[in-house]
Design a protein around this ligand. Structure first.
Ligand SMILES: Cc1cc2nc3c(=O)[nH]c(=O)nc-3n(C[C@H](O)[C@H](O)[C@H](O)COP(=O)(O)OP(=O)(O)OC[C@H]3O[C@@H](n4cnc5c(N)ncnc54)[C@H](O)[C@@H]3O)c2cc1C
Length: 476
């Protein structure tokens, strides 16, 4: 029998549209699916919420692979070492994987590829989880795009050309069983305390991802363009953690939408708006690919000298959802409880941190990293820099969101705030986004005691705005 091929799973925890797995399955010999829990080199270690997701997603992948006939091998340690050992143990002559696009992973993978090749092992990488790989969409002068609209115009025409890889139906297992860590030994699921009760609504894994897509297309896609900014409604797909872990690929999403459109005869406004958001994901990936230091430094260098404040109490109030601004607090509590936050509210809370509190965007980015189930280096860093005004195609710094007006516009009846800030559940709608404006008698009738049951605003909006604009003037 031909020697085995190792398939190294990373952010592609799926069987469908998996080029590396498909290529390995098309060879003659056995396939050894491998996942390495590598907390050392090669990107940031996952945050606590991501570890929770990874635990469930790997269990699901292991079940799916068992059904195809090849058990998933779990190993912990430095990727280069683990691969070297597994190749020696199994006699594998090839290692395949799907590409990642952040600098740390690229450096690690390039070294591993060279080492494997030098040892006579074929190391091949395949297109990973983007619609267009970062080097494929360039301006007329050959430089990467820094502005989304022209980027998407150029990228959009290419996406219809790339269909998903065929589904793998069967795998030949390695004849000798290989040692695999029990996943419980990795302690990815939180214990003492287990704070993950609010994550129960998620279904990590490929089946959960496909079901989430189906539900979204069946009931929400048509209204997506109108509803996507409303945190009080379920208007978005909630596919972000599934996409981050590669339980579904953007190419599969395009393919399903395209087939739906063929059936119904025409593209809908909803599907174009949705594809555009998937396009933002690609855009952010190519930004990080071309500007790897944007994880730590502002893309716009003038922000390097921004006079950020140091204020631990303000940071703690923001993190725990106790700023006194209901829409901000609702978002931060939704994040803590469920590991996810609506995009509109991500923009509001991020703006509040960097502009109202004048705290460094990197503090917020790190908090999101630890608490989001969809924490994703490119999207998180680009999202924060966009809000902070220092990113590509960013919101101008001087445009300071008013959290009261944002709340009134996107959560007009306060449904979202009431859900996540139960202290305010009984407040009349006209005061739900600014309870400090309610007459004392109204608050008393609702059982709300500002400064006791719910905080007073930690900053005054008008003063905070003036302070933020003055800080911006110092670097402009
Ligand atoms: C400060 C900040 C931090 C963010 N951090 C992350 C992060 O760590 N991980 C992450 O996946 N997204 C991040 N986003 C982008 C966005 O908020 C989420 O992708 C979106 O809320 C996920 O919900 P959904 O899957 O229902 O989105 P949908 O509206 O259904 O969109 C479908 C998919 O498109 C992509 N997408 C949508 N909006 C954006 C966007 N603005 N930028 C990039 N991709 C987008 C996502 O993959 C999403 O799953 C951040 C945004 C901001 C403002």
């Amino acid at each position: 029998m031909s020697p085995p091929t190792v398939v190294w799973f990373r952010k592609d925890l799926r069987l469908a549209d998996n080029e590396a797995l498909f290529a390995a399955a098309s060879r003659d010999g056995p396939v050894i699916p491998l996942y390495i829990f590598d907390e050392g080199v090669g990107g940031r270690p996952p945050g606590a919420a991501s570890r929770w997701w990874l635990d469930k997603s790997l269990r699901s992948l292991a079940e799916d692979l068992n059904r195809l006939g090849a058990p998933l091998v779990l190993r912990r340690g430095g990727a280069a070492e683990v691969l070297k050992r597994l190749v020696a143990e199994s006699g594998a002559k090839a290692v395949y994987w799907n590409r990642l696009y952040d600098q740390a992973s690229i450096v690690r993978d390039t070294r591993i590829k060279a080492d494997l090749n030098a040892g006579g092992v074929e190391a091949l990488s395949f297109a990973g989880g983007m619609l267009n790989e970062p080097w494929t969409v360039k301006t007329g002068s050959g430089t990467p795009y820094r502005v989304f609209t022209p980027y998407w115009r150029a990228a959009r025409v290419r996406i219809d050309m790339c269909g998903p890889a065929p589904v793998v139906k069967k795998l030949r297992a390695n004849p000798a069983p290989l040692a695999s860590d029990p996943i419980d030994a990795w302690a990815l699921h939180p214990r003492a305390p287990d704070w993950s009760g609010g994550f129960a609504g998620w279904r990590p894994g490929e089946t959960g991802a496909l079901d989430a897509l189906k539900t979204f297309l069946g009931s929400r896609l048509n209204a997506y363009q109108d509803e996507r900014n409303r945190p009080d409604r379920s208007g978005t797909s909630r596919l972000s953690p599934h996409l981050h872990f590669g339980e579904i690929s953007p190419r599969q999403i395009v393919d399903v939408i395209r087939r739906d459109e063929e059936r119904s005869g025409a593209p809908t406004a909803g599907s174009e708006a949705f594809l555009r958001e998937i396009g933002w994901r690609d855009f952010n990936y190519q930004l990080l690919f071309h500007a790897s230091d944007m994880e730590h430094s502002p893309l716009n260098p003038i922000f390097g000298g921004f006079p950020w404040r140091q204020d631990r109490r303000a940071l703690a109030a923001w993190q725990s959802g106790r700023t006194g601004y209901p829409i901000v607090d609702a978002g931060m509590r939704e994040l803590w409880t469920t590991g996810w936050m609506h995009n509109r509210v991500r923009m509001i809370v991020a703006s509040f941190l960097v502009k109202h509190l004048l705290l460094d965007w990197q503090l917020g980015e790190r908090w999101f990293w630890d608490t989001l189930v969809d924490a994703d280096l490119a999207n998180n860093v680009a999202g924060w820099q966009w809000v902070a005004g220092s990113g590509a195609d960013a919101a101008p710094y001087f445009r300071v969101f008013n959290p009261v007006l944002q709340g009134e516009k996107f959560d007009p009846d306060g449904v979202y705030v009431r859900r996540w800030v139960p202290e305010l559940a009984t407040a009349p709608s006209r005061f739900i986004h600014q309870p400090w404006r309610a007459p004392t008698a109204v608050l008393a009738a609702c059982g709300i005691r500002l400064g006791v049951s719910y905080p007073e605003p930690i900053v005054d909006h008008a003063e905070a705005r003036t302070r933020a604009l003055a800080a911006y003037e110092r670097i402009r």
